[in-house]
Design a protein around this ligand. Structure first.
Ligand SMILES: C[S@@+](CC[C@H](N)C(=O)[O-])C[C@H]1O[C@@H](n2cnc3c(N)ncnc32)[C@H](O)[C@@H]1O
Length: 284
């Protein structure tokens, strides 16, 4: 596929993102496109992906969690880049994803039982009180189409936590143009979190979105990509510009009252559908 046809395909997919991104076949197809070990949601510019991953890992490290022996759940783990990262730090990790192909890739990239990978939708998660850390990177915002689905996923995530455990999300939360599947502003997202029995402890922006739009789609060498990316990181520290983050790193904990009970089940959706067209190179 030429660069131009990839970009056009990405734009077509983007128009249909509300249905495409919440279907397993879309992520199966992206996992088949390769880039094993890099973000499942890889953009066409590898130099951009590397910088983005670096920034996201720094956000995880900044949590200051002791991961040695910790039980970690990675929701929508894709090809397992964060699952492997947590396991390398001594955690016992379970990654769940509804894309069987992404999980095949994840399994092929590790050489033992840790991380363990389970083919499961995050709307079917039923664990209770097992994990010190429940983590999701660009998973809730592509899986959930409505506030009700978000609440369903958050209640399940909260219920999977041990008391005293942490939920850490790195999610592109937006209303409008930058939104992925979930079209919701940060305020409403945080309010939903609260209603689900979770309390946000810290919220900070990651990945300056103007730089993401400028850099992600066209492969360019690191020597060009890195300075623009780093300038974006600096700019986001200026007063008022934190709103220009593409992702929000949100750390939350269970309220003392614990997770709310599950909302009434949402009507059936095409989460496991195999029928969507094959996707192109749209990012997460
Ligand atoms: C943008 S990718 C992120 C993958 C991984 N977290 C990372 O950062 O590399 C989104 C992932 O969420 C998964 N996903 C989307 N909806 C899901 C659902 N309902 N249940 C489980 N996984 C889901 C997709 O299969 C895909 O692997």
């Amino acid at each position: 596929m030429t660069l131009i046809s990839r970009a056009l395909k990405a734009l077509r997919d983007r128009r249909r993102r509300k249905t495409l991104y919440s279907a397993a076949c879309y992520w199966d197809s992206k996992a088949r496109q390769g880039g094993a070990g890099s973000p499942a949601s890889m953009w066409p510019n590898p130099a951009f992906n590397t910088l983005c991953e670096e920034e996201q890992r720094e956000a995880v490290d900044a949590l200051g969690l002791s991961l040695q022996g910790a039980m970690v759940l990675d929701l929508g783990c894709g090809s397992g880049r964060f699952s492997r990262y947590f396991a390398a730090k001594g955690a016992q990790v379970t990654g769940i994803d509804f894309s069987a192909v992404a999980l095949e890739t994840a399994r092929s990239l590790s050489d033992g039982p840790n991380p363990a990978y389970v083919n499961l939708s995050l709307f079917e998660l039923d664990d209770s009180g097992l994990y010190d850390l429940v983590f999701a990177a660009a998973a809730l915002s592509v899986a959930c189409r409505t506030r009700r689905e978000l609440a369903d996923a958050l209640v399940r995530a909260g219920r999977a936590l041990k008391q005293g455990g942490a939920l850490f999300l790195i999610e592109p939360v937006h209303r409008g143009f930058l939104s992925r599947t979930l079209d919701m502003g940060l305020g409403e997202f945080l309010q939903t979190l609260e209603e689900c029995g979770l309390q946000a402890k810290s919220v900070r922006p990651l990945v300056f979105w103007p730089a993401r739009l400028a850099l992600a789609y066209l492969p360019s060498p690191s020597v060009l990509t890195a300075p623009v990316y780093r300038l974006g990181r600096l700019l986001m520290k200026a007063p008022g510009l934190c709103r220009l983050g593409d992702y929000w790193a949100i750390k939350a904990a269970l309220k003392p009252s614990g997770p709310r009970s599950l909302p009434a089940p949402a009507p059936p959706v095409m989460r496991h559908s195999r029928s969507a067209d094959s996707p192109g190179q749209e990012g997460p």
